[in-house]
Design a protein around this ligand. Sequence first.
Ligand SMILES: [Zn+2]
Length: 157
Amino acid sequence: MKALTVKKPWADCIIRGEKNIENRSRSTSHRGLIAIHASLRIDRDGIRDPHVSALFGDDLTPGVPVGHVIAVAEIVGVCSASRADRYVVCRCGMWARPGAHHWQIANTRPLPEPIAARGALGLWTLPADIEHQVLAQLGATDTSSAGQPGDLTEETS
Ligand SMILES: [Zn+2]
């Protein structure tokens, strides 16, 4: 299983199912299930982001445990329109940052018990023992989930 390390406060926003776009400098061809790992690092600018404070006020504590796999989610698409031209207005919504690739995230499912793990840059591969723990928490047969990516999949160019 691939994993994506995300800094606070963005990890907090994703795990609440609020943030459905991950802004990245690189695209990805990966689609489907990924693990979400909360970075040990904090994005200080992110804490002052108005969308973040709208969710959490000025109190992010305790929030998600850093250095842990906290959820699974699915990458359902990537919008690169704004990466090519930062003045293009795409339909990725309020979390999309101009000039970034917009990784479209759906079906976020928090893990009942976060699992300690080391993060990495980009999409990385979970160690087998950690993947096993993640799958065990999800339930062996529960590979589907409710929810649809909605109009995010209609993104073109
Ligand atoms: Zn976009």
